[in-house]
Design a protein. Sequence first.
Length: 220
Amino acid sequence: MNAGDGIVLGLSRGRLLQQSLDLLAETGLQVHTPREREMLHPTNAEGVQVLIGRGIDIMTLVARGAAHAGIVGSDLLLEHEPDNLHQMLDLRLGQCRIVTAALERPDAGARAAGGKMRVAAKLSHIAARHYSDAGRQVEIISLRGGVETAPLLGLCEEIVDIVDTGRTLRENGLVEQDVIARVSARLIINKAALVVHGARLNPLIADLRTIVAERTGAGD
């Protein structure tokens, strides 16, 4: 992606998008009304464009320098541990948690005697690290979605999932157990871009830091 002398800021689609746009608007950066099929959007700041895409793609683009900065969930950073970027700021947006959960009334015969406990997870690397650190041998079953239903189907004994209110867990008869990590949106910056484009990026970082501190009532 050739942005010339300007910078490209990546934003994640989904529930973080509007919150991110609102936060940027508080810094004075306004994104022009996006067209449905466009990914790259102009802003009211000369030389600043906004790229809207999937969170994992934004993370990859920033890590590889195709975008200079971005806003993504910390769950992606924990799962993939990308190189070549700085986690500059916890923006306190989209706050939730990564937890383990199990059926409130598990089927005692669901697992063969002596067999490894089965754990279904979308964030399979986070799950594997959690159980390894706890000294527990488990089989990780990687799923793209529908993790909450896996215990009901007899696929696993526990799950690792992202939850907000916990309502979906309760609706599927699951009980939250351990909190693995607290999740929120992070401002990420490509390491090389921070050197080359620091004159543009540092004021944005400073503005966001001030706004987040004012919102939370404490310095970051």
